[in-house]
Design a protein. Structure first.
Length: 303
């Protein structure tokens, strides 16, 4: 088997004339994959990347690493590929996708900003940039990117939903409701969009619509965090504090990175007379908010 022979040659310490060239290493890696030996394929690809500075080998290696759940190694391989081919659309796109999947929005946004400059008419890159910026905690720039995506390809429900989320974060609830309503006209059962609309409803004072949309979101996805958050906020305003607490705890469990539920929980515990838990939730809220601010600073520094 060619892969086994190539791997043996690489590991045997034979001299440079006997070692396989770049094409042979890549062929050996492909054969190893066909034969169900991904570890051997990774070794051969790493050899090709190290000896020949092969971007193709690094891309394939990153796919294997990502598929094996090692996002950090995949990002390291792709960062090396970016150094070798800084203007490659394929490399930048792969880096952004792996970074987003690994919940690393700051490096993802950097790659996507480059892609949006290189391909200004590609709505998908502007959309993904908006998602990365929102995840990092910069809804202002996210709004700009998502509005550009919506202009380039009007009426895409995912773009409109993401735009609604960004506008909610900016407290522009009427504009958010308009975008989210348009999204639901096209894709009426998407849980995240229903929950975002519920948040806009609640913030605009329409508690009945907020609960209706939140319940619809939970029917589609029982662990939708914003839907639990909204029902908790509604129960808080109704002074049903125990129910509010339970819903907000569910929201915090479903999305432990978000500070929103912690702040609302601090209010609920204060109403329940539990000052210790109220302070603990407030402290968690401040910590998560500080983490978000650090991500935004990192974004600005990267620019």
């Amino acid at each position: 088997m060619i892969a086994a022979l190539l791997l043996a040659a690489v590991l045997s310490g034979s001299n440079a004339q006997q070692q396989p060239d770049r094409a042979a290493l890549l062929a050996g890696a492909a054969a190893a994959l066909r034969e169900g030996r991904p570890a051997d394929a990774q070794r051969l690809l790493q050899q090709a990347a190290t000896r020949f500075h092969s971007v193709a080998a690094l891309m394939q290696l990153a796919r294997l690493q990502s598929g094996a759940g090692d996002a950090a190694a995949a990002l390291e391989s792709l960062q090396t590929a970016r150094t070798l081919a800084p203007n490659s659309e394929e490399v930048l796109s792969a880096f952004a996708q792996v970074a987003l999947a690994a919940r690393r929005p700051v490096p993802a946004a950097g790659a996507l900003e480059a892609l949006a400059r290189m391909c200004p008419d590609a709505a998908q890159y502007h959309y993904l940039l908006g998602v990365a910026l929102m995840t990092a905690g910069d809804p202002v720039r996210a709004t700009d990117a998502l509005q550009t995506a919506d202009t380039l390809e009007p009426g895409r429900p995912l773009t409109l939903a993401a735009l609604g989320l960004a506008l909610n974060s900016r407290k522009q609830f009427a504009e958010a409701k308009a975008a989210l309503t348009r999204s639901l006209e096209i894709d009426p059962e998407r849980a995240e969009t229903l929950a975002a609309l519920a948040e806009a409803d609640a913030s605009l004072g329409d508690l009945g619509a907020a609960e209706t949309h939140a319940r619809a979101a939970l029917a589609a996805s029982a662990n939708e965090p914003t839907a639990h958050l909204v029902i908790g906020m509604v129960r808080l305003q109704q002074q049903r504090y125990e129910e509010a607490r339970d819903e907000l705890v569910n929201a915090s469990i479903a999305d432990p990175r978000s500070p929103k539920a912690d702040y609302q929980l601090s209010l609920v515990y204060a109403r329940l007379g539990d000052s210790v838990m109220a302070e603990r939730c407030l402290e968690s809220y401040r910590r998560k908010l500080a983490e978000t601010n650090e991500r935004v600073k990192a974004l600005r520094s990267a620019r």
